[in-house]
Design a binder for this molecule. Sequence first.
Ligand code: BGP
Length: 470
Amino acid sequence: MNMRFPDGFLWGGAVAANQCEGAYNEDGKGLSTQDVAPHGIKGPITKEPTSDNMKLIGIDFYHRYKDDIKLFAEMGFKVFRTSIAWSRIFPGGDEKEPNEKGLQFYDDLFDELLKYGIEPLVTISHYETPLHLSVKYDGWVNRDMISFYERYVRTIFNRYGSKVKYWLTFNEINSVLHEPFMSGGIYTDKSQLKKQDLYQAIHHELVASALATKIGHEMMPDSKIGCMILSMPMYALTSDPDDVIAAMKADHMNTFFGDVHVRGEYPGYMKRYFKENDIQIQMADGDEALLKNHTVDFVSFSYYMSACEAADRLKAQAGEGNLMGGVTNPYLKQSEWGWAIDPQGIRYVLNQFYDRWQKPLFIVENGLGAVDELITEPDGTKTVLDDYRINYLRDHLIQVREAIEDGVPVMGYTSWGCIDLVSASTAQLKKRYGFIYVDRNDDGTGTLNRYKKKSFEWYKNVIGTNGENL
Ligand code: BGP
């Protein structure tokens, strides 16, 4: 069967400001939580930025974005997902007036994309709360964050509303469950963080997300505003009903974020969870109506892997997860970082999410983190022969096509880290995802030159044939 991707399918790539821009203290930018997290989720966080923090320079996208966008255009990108670094716009997060130089940077960046007909897809908050908001307010635990976020979104909607149509309110909003500092700017150590405070913080983020959707629709009537969820389907380790229920419960902890964004209210299973865990969500007047009346236009998600759950975890072998835990699936191979490789999982998730929410879906992250070797070909060109990456992406896109055949409306696909960047979990550059190699090493050496990998031509051909030649 010759299955095609829909006309107008948005092919492209994705990055996040803090993982590629560098220039951490230029043009008035304030510090963000990432500037004091040199070791990713392993921690510890530092008092000041330290020279071993790869994100301070990143891949120097801040100064080289024009050349990089030219390469994206050469691959035929229709869309490019990036985030705005909140601390470039409001350096401390709680000031009244924005930083003009920060605003100008994204004006120039979006103009450069539009010059090539590439649609920007913008994450409003991607793992980089202004550090001051984290230290002074404990991030999203504090309700004041909603008004700081509101001022920030009004500022960027006002400034970029004519250039940006697609917006995502929070990157992987459910990851705050596992990484409260990175995801929610929560300064309290996660070992000390009370469940009550964690779920209150989540409530504040959900309200802020609905508020951004409301304001966005008012200020930019043609805009499309989505939530962004870290998807990791949980399979039952065995057909023992106890395992099936354990997997269902584990899945609920992720799907509830989408349920609130799409259905506009907390699902019954979460109300039960709150009751059983003695959690009382403090709702302000109007919160419920806001959630109910300002639901998202689409659901976006990242997909890297699936995991298993078992009722008796002790009997099962614990596995690595994309920020989340899980139990090792004996049927699947894993990446060099222990992430299970499961192309069919993306078809499963697309069907699960569409069955559940009946909203258009956007795959905004997917890819293989791997160690690449830069080689010199006989004609002197430097490249990486990354057939493993091509195979991974191809296998996943085949399953995306299957899901489309299943009837799932998929808006687009942005491959994660389309140019090599600093890894979120490990803060290393050696975990590479790109079609474009960046010459920078974790010891700080490297020219920062860019080289096309073998996958560059492959992806160009995929886009050029609208997915017919995978
Ligand atoms: C997601 C994040 C990204 C990204 C990606 C890959 O969780 O949204 O920021 O980095 O995962 O993860 P890693 O960089 O840890 O390999």
